[in-house]
Design a binder for this molecule. Sequence first.
Ligand SMILES: [Zn+2]
Length: 449
Amino acid sequence: MILIEKTLDKIDPKLVKKRILATPPPPTSMLHRAILLNVAVQPIYNHVFMSMPVHKDRVQHIFDEIFSLLWTRRKDGITIFKRKVVAKNRIFAGYEAGGLNIRSPTTTIKGFQQNLIQKILKNPDREMSQVLAAILVKIRRPTLQQHIDLLGPQQWVKSSEKIKSYSLILSQAFSSVAEHLQMFECDTALWGHAPIYGHSEAAGMCEFSIEDFRKLLEKGITVISQLFQRDQLTGAIAKPARLSDEIIRKLGLYPQICFKLKILVKKFSDLIKYDTRVGLPSALQQMMSRNRNMSQQYTKACKKMAANNIGTAPAYNTRIRDRIDVPSRDEFKSAFFMVKHKYLPLKTKDNSLQTLNRTIWTNNKAFKSGLRENDQCRFCGETENMEHMYYLCQNYSNLQWELFASAVTVVVKKANPGASNIYITFRNIIFNTPIKNLFHYVKDKEVNI
Ligand SMILES: [Zn+2]
């Protein structure tokens, strides 16, 4: 622990921030800084996280310091704090969920820790593999292979606790695997392959003892998908969910275990619609044996979970609340694809991102924050909100778009005399939807998003 503290001390977050701000050209937009955080800052720390145990609070502190870079500006050698336009817990979410797609340092660390377990499993002759095997014997816990094939997160946590006094890095690795396992348990594709013993749902009335586990193992009952009664013709899980007759027969002498299993199967009534193959191998066994690192699979699983939890970016619902016209949810999500467009300048992308998220600064916002005496548009005197500024102002933006559309029409008609007039709507302006007819006439790939 002392070693990691010293190593981390040598990487001064303030210095890292300075280095980022000095990159030519200096990152002025939020999006540019978010991208630099992923590609330039995180790799500085990765080598530390890969090989040493990590203290959660310490990491949090370092990254809070570095991520504050998103909301500051340097002017004449002085740091100026700007508005935070993305909530702290959202910066790790994808753009389409209103986030900044920044790689979460804790996800990265936990991924590395799982890679260690994967490496140990694949190379039993490594020194670390032998160290772990010896620790597991000493603390009287199952072998690593048995953990992977047969044990759920609660049991991995139990091992993690016991390993702690022998090796902090291995203890943290076990705890990270436990977290990933917990995600499998409610994953629509993998839930049926989650082990029964140590399952997060196998608690309270249906907590299994080590003796129960031994009996189940003896009968070859190890993962959740084996428990359900299935339709004899289709093989699908019968509804409502109930314990299979075969298991009841197999465990005839152990009514207590049957009782616990009956309670357990009821807890999956929501998941049974995602049917799953019966039996082995366990979800973790499948993941560990793939050619992809556990860290990649973990990052993907975390993103999927975050997307499910957040859904659409909050600016979609606040528009509905404020009675502002919106496209369909899918169209709204597609609007964020512009971030991946290779011909658009970063500043334009940043602007569009802030537009979609409704974080553009307006006179209305300035007035509400007490920074302006009124909320009026300087061209017409109406309230200047984002919609007004972008396309509703009859004295300014609306005229500009009309002028632009007629200029584009002239250009298009030059090459295609039969072409119809080009109109630009608020959906084109705000939500990046394609301008009707334009792509029919203009084929340059630079304009096609
Ligand atoms: Zn106006």
